[in-house]
Design a protein around this ligand. Structure first.
Ligand SMILES: N[C@@H](CCC(=O)N[C@@H](CS)C(=O)NCC(=O)O)C(=O)O
Length: 215
């Protein structure tokens, strides 16, 4: 437990999605004490005046830590690691070059897999009553997911983790996206499925996944 180093009161908002799982998972990896307000998307809970004051974007996840309020999954996860990370636990790399490689993977996984393709499928699939039916966009997004997975698959051959043989933030983003790929029944290369199946055995993941399902 990392409670000695954690003096402020950490509150995480949001549960039930791949994105809300990420900061919860980071908090569990770091052994943090936190309160979860498990509000969900499109339940009306992000639309209240009270929540709008907290997060004008009216999105989850959101993090409060003392006076700090933070939105955006990547920013929240990074903040928790920078503030409370311990040696050998989700460490930010030492060198500028290694940090750049971490950013490269995070930007790629979040930008290309999550936002540009999987979330597009969500918008025009499960959320089509809000964002409209768009079969062509759905097909193009699925093809786009597969292209990005090919890139990742080729890179990951023979590797245990994305960066230098140790578990890091990009692994959290990739694993949550691979869960999403499975949920959409998009074919996953066997090596990537083996990677995903191995990572989801982490104790912190199992706990975080349970916490995230509170919704
Ligand atoms: N770029 C944001 C995206 C957050 C986001 O879109 N969250 C969705 C749930 S996964 C949400 O809050 N949707 C509620 C809504 O749009 O009303 C992040 O990474 O945190």
């Amino acid at each position: 437990m990392n409670s000695k180093r954690q003096e402020s009161k950490l509150i995480l908002w949001g549960a039930g999605t791949a994105r809300t799982l990420r900061p919860i998972w980071v908090a569990e990896e770091l052994g943090l004490i936190y309160k979860l307000n498990p509000i969900g998307p499109r339940t009306g809970e992000t639309q209240t005046d009270q929540y709008k004051v907290l997060n004008p974007k009216q999105k989850i996840p959101f993090c409060e830590d003392g006076d700090l309020g933070l939105s955006e999954t990547i920013a929240i996860c990074r903040y928790l690691i920078n503030k409370y990370g311990r040696p050998h636990t989700l460490q930010t790399p030492d060198t500028i070059e290694a940090r750049a490689k971490e950013d490269e993977w995070l930007a790629f996984i979040y930008g290309e897999l999550d936002e540009t393709s999987l979330y597009v499928m969500r918008r025009h699939g499960a959320l089509s009553s809000l964002y409209g039916e768009a079969p062509a966009a759905m097909n193009a997004a699925e093809a786009y997911v597969k292209r990005q997975l090919d890139v990742i698959h080729n890179y990951m051959l023979g590797r245990e983790y994305i960066l230098n043989e140790s578990f890091s933030l990009p692994d959290i983003f990739l694993t949550t996206c691979l869960n999403w790929v499975n949920a959409y029944e998009i074919e996953l290369q066997s090596e990537l499925e083996q990677y995903r199946a191995r990572i989801v055995q982490r104790k912190a993941y199992i706990k975080a996944n349970k916490v995230n399902q509170q919704k």
